[in-house]
Ligand binder design. Sequence first.
Ligand SMILES: O=C(O)[C@@H](CO)OP(=O)(O)O
Length: 206
Amino acid sequence: MDRILVLVRHGQSEWNLKNLFTGWKDPGLTEKGVEEARAAGRSLKARGLNFDRAFTSNLVRAQHTLKLILSELGAPDVPTARDLALNERDYGDLCGLNKDDAREKWGDEQVHLWRRSYDVQPPGGESLKDTVARVLPYYIQAILPAVLRGERVLVAAHGNSLRALVMVLDGLTPQTIPSLELATGLPLVYRLKPDSTVETKEILHP
Ligand SMILES: O=C(O)[C@@H](CO)OP(=O)(O)O
């Protein structure tokens, strides 16, 4: 039985392009983001992958990415669940600020801690640890059972909600997680063992 789990970060958003902290704000994809999502669909197709079930967040950039991928695969009607458990990390008071302006104001090191550390919370927002605490229960209750039933599952979500998931899947630690960056629109293809650990992982480049 195949236990396929594919994770894709949404394509470039309007606020990624403007270099703004985004979090739970809801900008759409740029033209480049649309093209990245289509390219992700094409690489999944070229790899012979199709899906029985999909999961996404309640933010449009992830939903639109999923829609474009499924349309490239010629499978627009794959049953899809949307849940805010998969939303981007809430960046709190940083939302809408330019990341370079934030570095000028608070320094590179502090901004890096807010963006990439495991447990430093941005003001009013969620740390990655907080994000893991909502993504992981949803993964265990909703996503993993489908994968273990043999359904091929696609998850279209966000940089930090997926870093939370990859941290668990890849067994990364609070010390090693800061160096994990997920590119927009690059599918991570996991094949799981029956005990839900990772058998193989592959990154699909266009
Ligand atoms: O702004 C955000 O919400 C995220 C993702 O774009 O940014 P970062 O990569 O800094 O965590």
